[in-house]
Design a protein around this ligand. Sequence first.
Ligand code: PLP
Length: 471
Amino acid sequence: MMDTQEFKRWGHFLVDMIADYYDNIENFPVKSQVKPGDIISKLSVSAPKESDDFKSIIDDFNNFIMPGITHWQSPHFHAYFPANTSFPSILAEFLSSAIGAQCMVWETSPAAAELEEQMTIWMRKFVGLSDNFHGVIQDTASTATLVALLCAREKYSNFSINKSGFSHSKFRIYCSKEAHSSIDKAVKIAGFGIENLVKISTDENFSLIAEELEEHIISDLKNGLIPLVVVAALGTTGSTAIDPINNINEICQKYNIWLHIDAALAGTALILDEYSELRNQVNNADSLVFNPHKWMFTNFDCTLYYVKDKDTLINTFSILPEYLKTSNDDKVNNYRDWGIQLGRRFRALKLWFVLRSFGTDEIKRRIKLHIDFAKDFAEKLCNDTNFELLAPTHFNTVCFRFAPKGFNGNIDALNESILKNINDSGKIYITHTKLNGKYTIRFVVGQTNTEPIHIDYAYELIKEECYRHFR
Ligand SMILES: *Cc1c(COP(=O)(O)O)cnc(C)c1O
């Protein structure tokens, strides 16, 4: 087994290997080129009875695992939404796994609880949230949205559903047709039933139509249903559409409905003064989620959940079996009561390392650059009449398709094959969505080390592949 001498040797080796990986990351095919079953067929059928030496484990990592990796940290990765990281974040995770602390209550690692409290305050100030929001770090936005729905449920029912289960009341949850699938999942898990998730139509910019929301609420009330939560999107996953948060908030106030904001990606943009108007809007919400693990150089997983009614949060989730009671329970935050999990990773550490190592100015500078690059990219496409932008570029995501003048074939199929050819080349990675039924290519800028050359490279490559069919 590995002793401290061996650990040092392999630790240094791995740090060198990781640094070399980053130096050469652009040489890997961005999207893994393996076929289903390729990797599993190389793995032995059962765990080894005797110790393998570490050298052979690392060799197998390089030979078997790396070919099956899609390189999310490559500056040529423009797919989905980013899940970017950075060296300070990697090093923090290294330390966090070394300490191996379970951060369920204050006493199980006071520094973890207090650093988490302070990081949620730093981040609250950084994104400009008002100080009546209380923050907690969770694993993912999916979990945070589920937590919001459960809190709204318990607040409305005066904690009776936690106690006795559902009676006959039918709660209604609302979001736009463009909202994230995590809301569907949360509605199912929270016991509302997916039939009670009302998906409101969107306008030409893919933003929820507030008038339609109100109409649905009124008709639900007439039918004896209970409007409970509206989830408003600040940056949908398809096209980064922004719902009319002010109007939605007015409706929520009028009918006493919980307003939860899903800003999983675009929450990061709130750090920029250009978005100060959006900041003011989100400050009216009951809760908000955003993911530093998407677009703030902090590796997965790290989600910030902010909520105004802290007492309801804690009353919804608190448990106090005898073996978890401590003498400090009234003086400290025991984060096991702020969400679903009992055991919790020390996620605040990487946020602390990232915020200190970058400084807020540098984070702002990079986020601004990403947005500028995306807007430049969109503008370039606009200058070519054979491309169509299919949604506004609010942040870092450009939605477009190639629709050459005079082309009578199937435009969806054309764009699908363009996307496939580009991704199969391994040179860059982009993904698609459907907007208004149209096959849409999404180009996302969000890598930690993106430079103009990477954007130009992608633009030329896309253009080349598009026009290749027409020469
Ligand atoms: C990515 C995304 C989510 C889900 O994030 P996870 O942290 O992976 O659960 C939710 N909502 C939106 C708008 C997203 O873009």
